[in-house]
Design a protein around this ligand. Structure first.
Ligand code: CAA
Length: 705
């Protein structure tokens, strides 16, 4: 017998323990070992029933996601899922009661195995779910057929289309599980199995029939789900496929419904959507692995924090700490600024409360963790300070010099600068090994990305502590190098430059924004800048000019600076790239911008022309990929996947395309390179192929190999 599933008999019940660390993922060998263990239990005269349980921290986290890469064609996938479906039927046909004992998570194939068992019991804090849709696939082991038979179509639709796990008490109420076990799960499961063995009756989920009324309600729920997804999942395939599979199960026999599930699963698993989402699943976990920071690097504990600056970013960062239960001092220069900052924080929490996501009591408890101050008193007690003052080199250096004096020597000093040189702050602080960048994205209490910017002298311990802290704050921390704009904003400069140039060449602001939102971004470049503030970019350009640099070389559009000079900073001033009615965020297009574009085009001797949406997408994504390749080659990002994570979490780049680098890989790097060269011929030498791109294409390699 394989070690993947251990077998022993306790009190007359065969205990089958799956042991495939870390999460008991279902490799083909684990499936086989489970079947063999069940067959042994059935044949064992000393066992009257069987309990299937997981070793370690969880029951089963689902199929081993890596094996989907092996399924190259629809036919491979159909064959594989037919094998699994048949195996599950054999488990269900076992002649002794088979009880799944769930702790931790029963997800994907893990829940599907449990559904094929005769009964399910769970620890009170366990969760069950069908998260396949988050990987661009649907449950492929009978989940769309068995789950509705237990909990009804409506709930099954919810679980299979949003992918969110359900807590055990809710699963019990819905009929997905049969009992909750307080105390030792195995003991409770053995007692449950023994009682069921005495009652003899074995219940096969696949034989449950929904009455005519429930079927009718289910079919209506399928229609409603499709209509809702048309708004929330536009352009995606898997959520709609899940609805179709459940619908087939309502209309057909179990076997015919299962066949439909297999066909839909097979189409999904070879889709670009699924490849992209599976890539992000692993990239999200890989990101925490930094080559020269071994797992055993000492990690400091963050018990108390401080934030300097209570503006939009500082306030959001303080909220992120408070939300994670970490007490935080919030410092401003004077009481008026402090009160403004606190009022914004209060308003944000009120909005959260009005959406029912927090109770009044939780808000008060969380707000109480934020201590406002106008002095540095108490800074000698904190483990980390995040500086979030105005984006100005001299001001930030002065702040770091002060922080170096008022904090303990082992306190981490982080800057929320979005562009400036971290090493200069490190020098000013007098203890460079403790200094690094913590670049949050607005709104900092919501956006999941944290760029952890490594300075020349930042210690490994400070990086490792930051990675752990990011997780605690509910963020994805990505370690990046200290170049101008780091990774996110360095690449963004090329994205924005292309948007400005497309505008001058003949596209309009609403067209460019629409093309990119249809591509899948939550907001286009101009809408985004109106939110962030046109003044922010203008001041950065002024600073760069003062030190003799530009953000992205090549032609620069004068329009952003013209808007800045007019005081059109975006939403906050009622006008920017768009106009806004007082108190409204509805974007109203402004003919003045087209006029400016015409003037600037004339100055550059450009004949304006109609530009297709496809060209907008192609130029902007090519600009991102080309600069991303430079960032990689220069070593400012560790892996192409890290850049994908930065763009998906920081800017809402569509996950179903896997991030800007994965999107380029999907296009084919040779195609991307050919585009760069074509654009150089058409638009000028500022389009220069990244050497890494040329090298990879010449060698026939990809960004991920
Ligand atoms: N396959 C392969 N590896 C997996 C895995 C899976 N299903 N689930 C987790 N892992 C790996 C992770 O990659 C990670 O590996 P490293 O340590 O090498 O980075 C390790 O297990 C631990 O995972 P996490 O870091 O995510 O640990 P966590 O404690 O934060 O979360 C979890 C645990 C909630 C189970 C989370 O890992 C998770 O959500 N896993 C994926 C669940 C899922 O999507 N299941 C459906 C699979 S598809 C399917 O089952 C299809 C079908 O119908 C047959």
């Amino acid at each position: 017998m394989s070690n993947l599933v251990r077998y022993d008999v306790q009190n007359g019940v065969a205990v089958l323990t799956i042991d495939n660390p870390p999460v008991n993922a279902l490799s083909p060998e684990v499936w086989e070992a489970i079947e063999a263990a069940v067959a042994r239990g059935v044949a064992d005269p000393s066992a009257v029933a069987m309990v299937l349980i997981g070793a370690g921290s969880t029951f089963i986290a689902g199929a081993d996601i890596k094996i989907f890469d092996v399924l190259k064609t629809r036919e491979d996938s159909l064959a594989r899922s037919a094998t699994i479906h048949a195996l599950l039927k054999r488990l269900e046909d076992a002649t002794k009661p088979l009880v799944a004992a769930i702790h931790g998570n029963a997800l994907g194939g893990g829940l599907e195995i449990a559904l094929a068992c005769h009964f399910r019991v769970a620890a009170t804090d366990a969760r069950v779910g069908q998260p396949e849709v988050l990987l661009g696939i649907i449950p492929g082991a009978g989940g769309t057929q068995r789950l509705p038979r237990l909990c009804g179509a409506q709930m099954a639709l919810q679980m299979c289309t949003d992918g969110k796990p359900v807590p055990a008490p809710r699963a019990l109420a819905a009929g997905i599980i049969d009992d909750l076990v307080e105390g030792d799960l195995l003991t409770g499961a053995i007692a449950f199995a023994t009682a069921k063995a005495r009652a003899v009756k074995i219940r096969k989920t696949r034989e449950i029939t929904l009455g005519i009324e429930r079927v009718r309600a289910g079919l209506e729920a399928c229609e409603a789900a499709r209509a809702a997804l048309a708004k929330t999942a536009r352009g995606l395939g898997a959520p709609f496929a899940a609805v179709s599979a459940i619908e087939a199960g309502l209309q057909r026999t179990f076997d015919a419904g299962s066949l439909r599930e297999r066909e839909l699963f097979a189409a999904c698993v070879v889709s670009t959507e699924s490849k992209a989402l599976r890539h992000l699943f692993f990239a999200e976990r890989e990101v925490a692995k930094v080559p020269d920071i071994p797992k055993d690097t000492p990690v400091g504990e963050i018990k108390r924090a401080a934030v300097v600056g209570a503006g939009t970013m500082g306030g959001g960062i303080a909220m992120a700490y408070a939300n994670a239960g970490i007490p935080v001092l919030l410092k401003e220069v004077d009481d008026a600024a402090l009160q403004r900052g606190l009022a914004t924080i209060r308003k944000n929490y009120d909005v959260t409360m009005s959406k029912g996501k927090m109770t009044a009591e939780q808000v008060e408890k969380t707000m109480a963790l934020i201590t406002p101050t106008t002095s540095y008193d108490g800074f000698d007690q904190v483990d980390i300070v995040t500086e979030a003052v105005f984006e100005n080199m001299e001001l930030k250096k002065a702040t770091f010099a002060q922080l170096g004096k008022v904090t303990r020597p082992n306190c981490i000093l982080a800057s929320n600068s979005s562009t400036l040189d971290i090493d200069q702050f490190a020098g000013a602080s007098g203890r460079p090994s403790q200094v690094l960048g913590h670049h949050y994205f607005s709104p900092a209490n919501v956006m999941k990305l944290l760029e952890i910017v490594r300075g020349r002298d930042t210690s490994r311990e400070v990086i490792a502590t930051s990675l752990k802290l990011a997780k605690r704050l509910g963020k994805v921390g990505v370690v990046v190098g200290n170049c101008f704009g780091f990774v996110a904003n360095r690449m963004l400069a090329y994205y924005m430059r292309e948007a400005y140039l497309l505008l001058e060449e003949g596209a309009s602001v609403p067209q460019i924004d629409r093309a990119l939102t249809e591509f899948g971004l939550p907001v286009g470049p101009f809408g985004m800048q109106d939110i962030a503030g046109i003044d922010v970019g203008a001041r950065i350009r002024q600073y760069l000019t003062s030190i003799g640099k530009t953000r992205a070389e090549g032609p620069q559009s004068a329009i952003p600076d013209r808007l800045y000079a007019m005081g059109r900073y975006g939403q906050k001033t009622g006008a920017g790239w768009y106009k806004y009615e007082p108190g409204s965020r509805t974007r109203i297009s402004d003919p003045l911008i087209d006029q400016m574009a015409e003037e600037e085009a004339a100055k550059r001797g450009l004949e304006r022309r109609p530009i297709a949406d496809e060209e907008i997408i192609a130029r902007i994504t090519t600009a991102l990929a080309n600069e991303g390749a430079r960032v990689l080659e220069d070593g400012y990002a560790t892996r192409a996947g890290d850049i994908d994570i930065i763009y998906c979490h920081g800017f809402g780049f569509p996950r179903a395309s896997g991030g800007p680098m994965f999107y380029a890989e999907t296009m084919g790097l040779a195609t991307v390179l050919a585009r760069v060269k074509e654009y150089r011929g058409r638009f000028g030498d500022y389009w220069e192929p990244a050497p890494l791109l040329e090298k990879l294409v010449a060698e026939g390699r990809g960004l991920y190999s």
